[in-house]
Design a protein around this ligand. Sequence first.
Ligand code: DGJ
Length: 529
Amino acid sequence: MFLAVTGFAQIKTSIPHLTKINGIEQLVVNDKPFLSLGGETGNSSTSTAEYMRPHWAKLKAMHLNTVVAPVYWELMEPTEGKFDFALVDSMLFNARKQEMKLVLLWFGTWKNSMSCYAPAWVKKDVARFERATTQDGKRHEILSAFSQATLTADIKAFTALMAHLKQLDQKQQTVIMIQVENEIGMLGDAREYTDNANKAFAEEIPATLSTYMQKNRNTVMSELKKVWDDAGGKSSGSWQQIFGTGTDADEIFQAWYYARFAGQVAAAGKKMYNLPMYVNAALNHRNAKPGVYPSAGPLPHLMDIWKAAAPDIDILSPDFYNPRFKYYNDLYVRAGNPLFIPEIHFDSSVGAKAMFAVGHYHAMGFSPFSIESLSPGAEPLAQAYKLLEQLWPTMQNATANGKIMEGFLLDKANPVDSIQIGKYKVKVSHEHTLSWSSGAKDSTWPVVGSLIIQLSDDEFYIAGSGSVFTFTTNSPSAVTGILQSDEGYFRNGIWHVTRRMNGDQTHQGRHVRIESDEWSIQKVKLYEY
Ligand code: DGJ
């Protein structure tokens, strides 16, 4: 992991990597924990340098520190074996100019299930690069996970990319993480039906999987456990003997082979340049059966399979185009999987969700989609990012010193949350729960988000929007009071106070409040009387 050893003293510089600090997985960049305040570009936006040119400065103005952007196999290797890194270089140049980082998306064999970014020489050579077929014999523009030729070609291109990044970027560390493929998932059926796929399906499950299942019999995730138990809980046999004769077995089988493919691509890339790597998932609809949604991707119910088959993939990530934000995040952080959100549909709730994701899940990155199509200033995202970038050093201190940090996401259906911090019970309510708030009677309330960071027993930072904090203890004899609440900001890491909030703004000392249309930080000191 350590690179440069020079002179008499050893000067060590690590490349971007993941590490645990006080039990919390962190992304380390330029030797410091890094919170990626990102945005993902539209799919076609980085396919010319010209299109992105006006957007880089705008993204910086929106308080992004990371741009999440595709590298297209077809444009990087238009002719087999001849690589063109001009687009990658242009992204490196522009990101560096704005002092931003990059997460690169390898649009290789798969993009949203399909293989639309495979080079023409791959697409046109169906004999060499086999296509996935469904049970009805239909051939799709989806490259088969069972094709060694496709795997070899993808690895060759991907390792060329990683070698290029190593050569150009390991000192500066502009590229901090890599997404391997994009939203892998079988369409039409839960698995492929090529001859190779059918042959593999008839075989015993691979020894690695069988060992994993036996070793983790009591800890595999509930979804897999149910399928396994329902089929009799055997630890060796064919896919259908172990996972039953329905589409669950089909999907688990396909997930294993997708994960093996992506895992081998990641492993080869890491051998060249060992950056953190993740895969992203198109989340399935509630109660939909395998084969109906893009199946076998790194979905919550398949996490065991992906982890067992692809140990070189560091993170399984959700893409959010549905509103069940807490539900899916709770699933994705199981078994120590860190949270990195590479895509989320851009709407007025993203700022609140960013606060919550960082505060509650210690998310290492957040990234609304099609970021360059938005105008700066109007969006709550910039406001949230502005607070998060100021608070990041304080969050780091809190993590390193075992202090508590928590995030809150509130709306009309879920207007109240709470947490115990030391002796204080902290209740957090949507600002519209105050009967006098201007939106209290509105039929819909905005989604609001906030977080709290413990500084000492009686001191906290509170940040975000639209939230009201009250504090109590269990003590029968003492009442908790707000000694002072100061609104302020950090400049160069130093806290500056803009307002003492002890009058109307704290309801004369009864609560700490951030209005729904405001984004701010307050430093709060409590006492008892
Ligand atoms: C999710 C994909 O990962 C993106 O590349 C893009 O296609 C979006 N969907 C569009 O909503």
